[in-house]
Design a protein around this ligand. Structure first.
Ligand code: HEM
Length: 393
């Protein structure tokens, strides 16, 4: 009989902030596929095994279309124009293709110098205000925010208020009313930004895109998705990643001792933390999977974080091992929706982690680890709410 997860977890095991919720790891022990009940009450499937998650992501019979989501007794509206994360090809391709050329390894390398500068500026400010800080607000959030602002060509003088809106928007602790207000303000701002770039193109991704057949509304949607997808993910990798390193002093020491380990270390942190932890797909037809039939119209939950902890794929999966040799984690997804910003995210992390560790050789938590406030499992992106740190001045 197939394993059933009746209630989807809303928290992690106390004392295990980096491990997937016990219910999901337990489901994986029973096999790659379990029955589950979606939060809205509809029956569905939960996929926790590496190979199966990967094969669903490569299978065009599973759709990412938002309006097909079948999780409760309510209609889900289609995504606004440009929000291609929740579309299938060919619509998805229409948006992804013109953007793809802007996110190549080569282009991203050109950004490295800027990222180094921005990181150094954040560290200077931290040092001046120290010897303690909230790593989230002082370091993890500003770096990806400033980078996205530069990609979108947000004028320097607008940066402050724009950053505040995004903060509210993604903070996770914002009331419904504040959220709507922040969303509206961001949308209005992006509408103005698109109009400004059309009138006066500058040297940035958004201006480049005005030179295509995309409408203003579509450009606004694309900008929004870059913000949503690019900020909170990277920020949480930086803060939760620092927390994980501080909790694994021998790994931290290995990284400090050998800068050449950085690339591999970032991949292992991506695997181990999997902050973008679950995504959904809906079956377009009846599909056989692991001996079960997913009937057409049923939504499946893909657990990227348990897939990345699958013992069949990663020996000792729950160990953070910066020297790990097995690549191929699913932290950036797989298939047509595989993260468009992954090269940028990698460079940001490859620059930021070593810079932080070099600047503060005595960096440590300023509170007991149990007191670090974590996001609930219901948050789209996992991470810490704040990370109080201190160092010897
Ligand atoms: C898609 C993770 C950073 C832009 C995705 C997906 C994942 C992911 C898992 C696939 C979602 C799915 O399967 O449906 C991450 C993580 C990041 C990161 C862990 C940081 C460590 C970024 C950055 C940007 C970005 C910096 C842009 C500047 C996007 C976009 C998509 C995407 C546009 C949608 C791609 C598509 O639908 O074709 N990301 N991401 N991401 N990501 Fe990222």
């Amino acid at each position: 009989p197939v394993h059933t997860v009746t209630t989807l977890p809303t928290t992690r095991q106390p004392g295990c902030p980096f491990d997937p919720p016990a219910e999901l790891t337990d489901a994986q022990r029973h096999g790659s596929i379990s029955r589950c009940t979606h939060v809205g009450g509809k029956p569905g499937w939960l996929i926790t095994g590496y190979d199966m998650v990967r094969s669903v992501l490569a299978d065009s019979r599973f759709s990412a279309r938002k309006e097909l989501l079948n999780v409760g007794d309510f209609e889900v509206p289609p995504p606004p124009p440009g929000e291609f994360l929740l579309m299938d090809d060919p619509q998805h391709r229409r948006y992804r293709k013109p953007l793809a050329g802007k996110f190549t390894v080569r282009r991203m390398r050109q950004l490295t110098e800027r990222i180094e500068q921005i990181t150094a500026d954040c560290l200077d400010a931290m040092e001046q205000a120290g010897p303690s800080a909230d790593l989230v607000t002082a370091f993890a959030k500003p770096i990806p925010t400033i980078i996205i602002c530069e990609l979108l060509g947000v004028p320097y003088e607008d940066r402050g208020s724009f950053q505040e809106q995004i903060d509210l928007f993604l903070g996770g602790e914002t009331s419904e009313e504040e959220l709507i207000a922040a969303y509206t303000a961001t949308q209005n701002y992006l509408a103005e930004l698109v109009a400004a770039k059309r009138a006066n193109p500058t040297d940035d991704v958004l201006s480049d895109l005005t030179d295509s057949d995309l409408t203003d509304e579509e450009l606004q949607g694309i900008s929004l998705i870059l913000l949503v997808a690019g900020l909170d993910t990277t920020a949480n990798m930086l803060s939760l990643g620092t927390f994980a390193l501080l909790q694994h002093p021998e790994q931290l020491a290995a990284l400090r001792a050998d800068p050449a380990l950085t690339g591999q270390a970032v991949e292992e942190l991506l695997r181990y933390l999997s902050v973008a932890k679950t995504f959904m797909r809906t079956a377009l037809e009846d599909i056989e999977l692991g001996g079960q039939t997913i009937t057409a119209g049923t939504t499946v939950i893909l657990s990227y974080n348990t897939a990345n902890r699958d013992p069949e794929r990663f020996p000792d999966p729950h160990v953070l091992d910066l020297h790990r040799q097995q690549g191929g984690h699913l932290a950036f997804g797989h298939g047509i929706h595989q993260c468009l910003g992954q090269q940028l995210a990698r460079i940001e992390m490859q620059v930021a982690f070593p810079a932080l560790l070099n600047r503060f050789p005595t960096l440590r938590l300023a509170v007991p680890a149990e007191e670090v406030a974590l996001r609930p499992e219901t948050a789209d992106i996992y991470g810490v709410k704040s990370l109080p740190v201190t160092w010897d001045a």
